[in-house]
Design a protein around this ligand. Structure first.
Ligand code: ATP
Length: 342
């Protein structure tokens, strides 16, 4: 659905030039929810804005739904943009228009006749769950409701792709989850391809199929979300994964344990999918002559299955502890012996 080949975006100004996107190649499949994560300034906005022609690539090729976005203009560009909806962090609604009028706006621009427009707006209001709020103005809506208007407006012209630019960053955690659920629902029901940019791993974990990690204009890591959670390769990816798996207290607890029990071992276990559901601890305690102390644990649900991290402290003879670690690894559970915590 979307293919970027060697895309670079350089901004030139009097004070010099900034390479915001640096030779990025990427393929996003039809119907998937693809996340791009990075810290502020990584180049995410520049990248997503090239997908709908709001920015032109300095070099390289951007193909969206069969169109070369860098080389189309005028009518063809307007047509291409109708097939690419976009939602924003601060919603970008028209404040003097009601919910209904905001959603109707792109249909007016596309020249859809009035009767058809009214029907389509009603459908969209139902789709995003805004029944009863049709005649409210944006200032009378909660943040979540405003984003629902933004989503309905973005979907008005039946786009093939929905771009989400930090769409939940201005919302509280509960509202964030309800908007993410709505995006998954729309993705399933309409088969829409969704590309989102975010700095929050929670968003990626909850709804994305695949993720690309961006740093200094480059994609430094890319893959299935579950794979990236299980085995993040780059230091920046590890930091993002820790946002959702490893609370601050864990580091303190582990450091404390390493100091307090220098003779034992603190082990980080990582479970994925079915491995998260087996009675591993019971088997260790029954079959090996070690003491086991469960320190901390958390199971997270990703879009593709469960992922869990558990910290345990074991103590016994060196030989017996080695046997335990071998046993754990045989159960398709990753075991990392902690030596120090960064
Ligand atoms: N219109 C512009 N003119 C000049 N420099 C720009 C422009 N837009 C972005 N930049 C620069 O390009 C780099 C990447 O910015 P971009 O907004 O794409 O990153 P980002 O990851 O989306 O960050 P943020 O979340 O803060 O927007 C930054 O150094 C930024 O200052």
């Amino acid at each position: 659905m979307i293919t970027l080949s060697n895309v670079t975006k350089i901004y030139k100004s009097k004070s010099g030039s900034v390479t915001a996107v640096d030779n990025v190649s990427l393929h996003i499949r039809e119907g998937e929810i693809f996340g791009i994560i990075g810290y502020s300034g990584a180049g995410k906005s520049s990248l997503i804005r090239m997908l709908n022609g709001l920015e032109k690539a300095t070099s390289g090729q951007v193909i969206v739904a069969g169109r070369d976005m860098a080389n189309i203009k005028g009518r063809e560009l307007r047509k291409a943009r109708q097939e690419i909806g976009m939602i924003f962090q601060h919603f970008n609604l028209l404040w003097s228009r009601t919910v209904r009028e905001n959603i109707a706006f792109p249909l007016e621009i596309a020249g859809v006749p009035k009767q058809e427009r009214l029907k389509r707006v009603d459908e969209l209001i139902k789709l995003v769950g805004l029944e009863g709020r049709e005649n409210a103005y944006p200032s009378q809506l909660s943040g979540g409701q405003k984003q629902r208007v933004g989503i309905a407006r973005a979907l008005a012209n039946n786009p093939k792709v929905l771009l989400c630019d930090e769409a939940t960053s201005a919302l509280d955690p509960q509202t964030t989850d309800s908007i993410l659920d709505l995006l998954v629902d729309i993705n399933k029901r309409l088969g829409l391809t969704i590309v989102l940019i975010t700095h929050e791993m929670h968003v990626i974990r909850k709804i994305c199929d695949r993720v690309a990690v961006m740093e200094s204009g480059k994609i430094v890591e890319e893959g299935e979300v579950l794979r990236v959670f299980r085995k993040p390769e780059q230091p920046i990816t590890k930091r993002f994964v820790q946002q959702v798996t490893e609370p601050e207290e864990t580091k303190e607890t582990v450091s404390h344990l390493l100091e307090k029990y220098p003779q034992g071992r603190v082990i980080q276990l990582t479970f994925v999918g079915d491995a998260a559901e087996q009675p591993l601890m019971t088997n260790i305690i029954r079959n090996f002559n070690v003491s086991v102390n469960i320190v901390q644990g958390k199971i997270s649900q990703t879009h593709q299955g469960a992922y869990g991290v558990l910290f345990i402290h074991i103590d016994g003879t060196e030989e017996e502890m080695d046997k335990v670690i071998d046993y754990i690894r045989q159960q398709q559970v990753e075991a990392e012996v902690m030596t120090n915590v960064e």
